[in-house]
Design a protein around this ligand. Sequence first.
Ligand SMILES: NC(=O)c1ccc[n+]([C@@H]2O[C@H](COP(=O)([O-])OP(=O)(O)OC[C@H]3O[C@@H](n4cnc5c(N)ncnc54)[C@H](OP(=O)(O)O)[C@@H]3O)[C@@H](O)[C@H]2O)c1
Length: 332
Amino acid sequence: MSQYTEILLTQRPDGNPIGPHMFEVKHKPVPTIGPGQILIKQTHMSLDPAMLGWMMPDTNSYIPRVELGEVMRSSGFGQVVESNHPDFAKGDNVMGMMGWTEYLVSTGQGINKVQAGVTAEMALAVFALPGLTATQGLFNIGKPKVGETIVVTGAAGSVGSIVGQLAKADGLRVIGVVGSEEKADWIVSELGFDGAINYKTDDLESKLEELTPDGVDLFFENTGGPIQHHIFHRMNTHGRIIVCGMIADYTAEEPAPGPNWINLIKKRITVQGFAMPDHFGDVPNLLAKLTPYVMQGKVKYRTHTLQGLESAMTGLNLFFTGENKGKLLVEL
Ligand SMILES: NC(=O)c1ccc[n+]([C@@H]2O[C@H](COP(=O)([O-])OP(=O)(O)OC[C@H]3O[C@@H](n4cnc5c(N)ncnc54)[C@H](OP(=O)(O)O)[C@@H]3O)[C@@H](O)[C@H]2O)c1
């Protein structure tokens, strides 16, 4: 009988880079399915910064942690290779929560069919978490208006790059914050952002002032870090701050101090955090909003693809060094 590989979490993060010491790689016989079940061969797995949080001991977050001894959690894209389920046929392309495994048996719960013509890369980089997060955060929380200025941190990342393009398509002035010249060039030359700030090399205050002459109406926060205070201080009256991610703090020993709240009163600013699991029931509406932009060619993306299941164990570190160029995927 042929074998497949799965990877279990066996140790929680200890402050060192994520690596094989935290996981057990298991080889098992490919399972057979029972009534009402499908067998999925996963072909592409999504890596996401949130995975670090899911591995942490914290039991007080927006989603349960992954327990030690469990298959590591992830979303993915694959193909149905056997089906005893009326809604799925052999050969269907599907996506959903699959975990760090080459094969899985499913009842179909949480697994969605993918339309013909949508590649694995497009499904995971646009229509899965990145696009849904960008759409929810920008439109439902940020409520952008033509002519406003938005600053997006993590702007060359999978969420930030989509936020910026959607905002640009809707007539906003869009400034992105990134960690390299290559990413600055990509978001301006390829994606059409109005300007980029390199938070590692630019003078943050003066560059931000130069690029946001009318102040900042929307701040889409993906990273935290020292630029947060500068953007906060340039917020206009009735500005909205959408708190999506704080990656600079995920590996920090001490969380960074936040800005003083006095500006929230003076400028009547709204600050709202959100987490996508609250909005999974609204996916059809989010997709209905996002899809026309994609169909009109207004959402470009790039993927950074690692090879083989075991590459996930060290691949996650690329988020924290900024070495990922686009949506981080593992091809199985
Ligand atoms: N709220 C939600 O439901 C939700 C859903 C999805 C994602 N998120 C969050 O959204 C953010 C972006 O996620 P993504 O999947 O699109 O990842 P991503 O932006 O594709 O990758 C992470 C990027 O963060 C940047 N970064 C790393 N360390 C940093 C630091 N200390 N300061 C500033 N930037 C740093 C790096 O880019 P540079 O090279 O530019 O530094 C890196 O490439 C993450 O914080 C993630 O947790 C939240």
